[in-house]
Design a protein around this ligand. Structure first.
Ligand code: ADP
Ligand code: ASP
Ligand code: MG
Length: 453
């Protein structure tokens, strides 16, 4: 059996939903379909919540949200399901209005309330899509996607979720089966949570892995995984295939086409992923599997993570480089901070790591605690941060065979007057990465993409 995921753009309009319907209705009845909220709706739900908190006119926005759903129900939901769908979605829209009303009254938007508000996107789209597809069976993902707290984040409780998915879909020959992506429930408190923006991909991967699916199909609005973000590089190419590792690296380093945590559960089970276009279903798409086709395409793509910062530690540390890096890395990890890039030590033994700007405070706390002895005895001069940077990554399992690749990239950037502030320590087998000023992001991607493609 296959698990399919349709993103927001695929379920955004009457026209695109007709494509979804014909794609799903042509598949066997044991297919599981994960859907996002209507395209752009999650952003709209958040913006309207902020508007309500600021005392703005949220009512007209809420009316527009309601109309969008009613038009789709009116035009597409099967006659015999229309009344029930209207009643379910109507009740959810009432919940949305009541919640906005509360936010507006207290003039504040607690994060738990925002979680409830954003959940309504998928809680509405799933029954609508189930009502559009012949014999569509609706499943409530809040019942089987469970999260636990990890610092200030909610992360999936993989073992519990897996078992609940197996129970929920134990008998699936009578589908197709439709469920909402992204949304989840805290396993302890029962509060509504979510898997993070773009998280519907992850919901689909958790289901595919638990059910030992043959394939995970991610249906979106481009012909496949491309060599760069097509909004930046107009002539970016669609790649026919790549490996799990390559896709994991590309997504971790900012390729928005798949939400990064998605790949691990299916990789672990060796379930291939296909990236397919809802608006061009005949296109072959990209196959992500355990093979890389590195001979044909040594480099798979160029990506960037914006909003990054460099943490620098300088001084006269006497411990060896690996030990310092390990201590810093572990201290950051214990505090929920991921390191995107470990830089080559600079002159005077300067250590630096790139992290998300959002993690700056947690990182500062973690490192100041870990290196307190060295800060006190003067072996470390201090820990400083440099903001507004981007990490540019070049990914491909073939890059290890390309001679002097880091030098070529550096030369290309320097010819444009862009001087990377740091480079990754060696490079991993698949990724070479550089830190540049955020304002140089687009120019750097264009230049490096031009070098390889
Ligand atoms: P969905 O709503 O289907 O989840 P997303 O917007 O999350 O879609 O992801 C698809 C978008 O990702 C594409 O429209 C494209 O603009 C963007 N994108 C960024 N980098 C890449 C890439 N390397 N290959 C393909 N698409 C990319
Ligand atoms: N609707 C959610 C978002 O916009 C989840 C998703 O689309 O994957 O982030
Ligand atoms: Mg997405």
């Amino acid at each position: 059996m296959n698990v399919l995921k349709f993103g927001g753009t695929s379920v955004g309009t009457v026209e695109s939903l007709k494509n979804v319907r014909s794609i799903v209705e042509a598949l066997p009845s044991d297919t599981v379909v994960v859907v996002s909220a209507l395209g752009g709706l999650t952003d709209k739900l958040i913006a309207t919540a902020r508007l309500a908190a600021d005392g703005g006119d949220w009512r007209s926005e809420a009316d527009a949200i309601a109309d969008r759903h009613f038009v789709i129900i009116e035009e597409l939901v099967r006659q015999e399901r229309k009344e029930a769908t209207l009643s379910v979605v109507g009740a959810l829209l009432d919940e949305l209005r009541r919640t906005y009303e509360g936010v507006s009254l207290i003039g504040d938007l607690p994060s738990k309330t925002l979680d409830v508000i954003v959940s309504l996107g998928e809680r509405m789209s799933a029954p609508i899509v189930a009502g559009i597809i012949r014999n569509g069976h609706l499943h409530n993902s809040l019942e089987f996607i469970k999260t636990e707290k990890w610092f200030d984040k909610n992360i999936a409780d993989a073992a519990l979720t897996r078992q609940l998915i197996i129970d929920e879909f134990s008998d699936i020959d009578d589908g197709p089966h439709i469920t909402g992506g992204f949304i989840s429930q805290d396993r302890d408190s029962g509060e509504i949570t979510n898997l993070g923006r773009g998280g519907s991909d992850y919901t689909a991967a958790l289901i595919a892995a638990a059910l030992d699916a043959d394939m995970l199909d991610i249906w979106t609005d481009v012909d496949g995984f491309m060599t760069a973000d097509p909004r930046i590089i107009k002539d970016a190419r669609v790649l026919p295939a790549m490996s799990f590792i390559e896709s994991m690296e590309l997504c971790t380093f900012g390729a928005k086409v798949i939400y990064p945590p998605t790949i691990y559960p299916v990789f672990h089970k060796n379930i291939p992923i296909r990236i397919l276009n809802t608006f061009n279903p005949e296109a072959p798409g990209t196959l992500i599997s355990d093979t890389s086709c590195a001979d044909e395409y040594p480099v798979k793509g160029v990506t960037a993570i914006r909003n990054s910062c460099l943490v620098r530690m300088s001084g006269h540390l006497t411990e060896n480089v690996a030990r310092i890096n390990t201590r810093a890395y572990n201290a950051l990890a214990r505090n929920g901070v991921s390191v995107f890039l470990l830089a080559q030590p600079g002159e005077n033994h300067e250590f630096s790591f790139a992290i998300a700007m959002a993690d700056r405070q947690a990182a500062s706390r973690a490192l100041n605690e870990e290196f307190a002895p060295e800060l006190i005895d003067g072996a470390l001069d201090g820990i400083s941060f440099e903001d507004n940077l981007s990490i540019i990554a070049v990914v491909g399992e073939g890059i290890k065979r390309l001679k002097g690749i880091d030098g070529r990239i550096l030369n290309t950037l320097q010819r444009l007057g862009i001087n990377p502030l740091a480079c990754s320590e060696g490079h991993s087998d698949t990724t070479s990465s550089f830190v540049v000023d955020e304002k140089d992001t687009v120019e750097s991607i264009k230049a490096i993409h031009g070098l390889f493609f």
